[in-house]
Design a protein. Structure first.
Length: 116
């Protein structure tokens, strides 16, 4: 059974930092591309950052220079380091795992709230 479990969300002041983690089980983690998405009410889920199985990264323009995605294949975990947070970063953040064959899995989401 595949599980993606996010953690690390919470309430932070503008300009602050958070690190999200997503622990995967039930998949050959090293073969999967991993991504973080976010969603606010009444809007579509938005791609935030991606890291390929080879370690190549890509970011949404809105987070470039502030967010960093990384992975630890030994721990089957992907991270999202978020710095210089803004109120508009407030959302539920979801972890996604995608295989080259097209399998895709989602975590349950973790709430990030940026507010003073």
């Amino acid at each position: 059974q595949v599980q993606l479990v996010e953690s690390g969300g919470g309430l932070v002041q503008p300009g602050g930092s958070l690190r999200l983690s997503c622990a995967a089980s039930g998949i050959r983690f090293s073969l999967y591309g991993m991504s973080w998405y976010r969603q606010v009410p009444d809007k579509q889920r938005e791609l935030v950052a991606t890291i390929t199985f080879g370690g190549r990264t890509n970011y949404a323009d809105s987070v470039k220079g502030r967010f960093t995605i990384s992975r630890d294949n030994a721990k089957n975990t992907v991270y999202l380091q978020m710095n210089s947070l803004k109120p508009e970063d407030t959302a539920v953040y979801y972890c996604n795992a995608g295989s080259p064959k097209g399998s895709t899995y989602w975590g349950q989401g973790t709430q990030v709230t940026v507010s003073s």
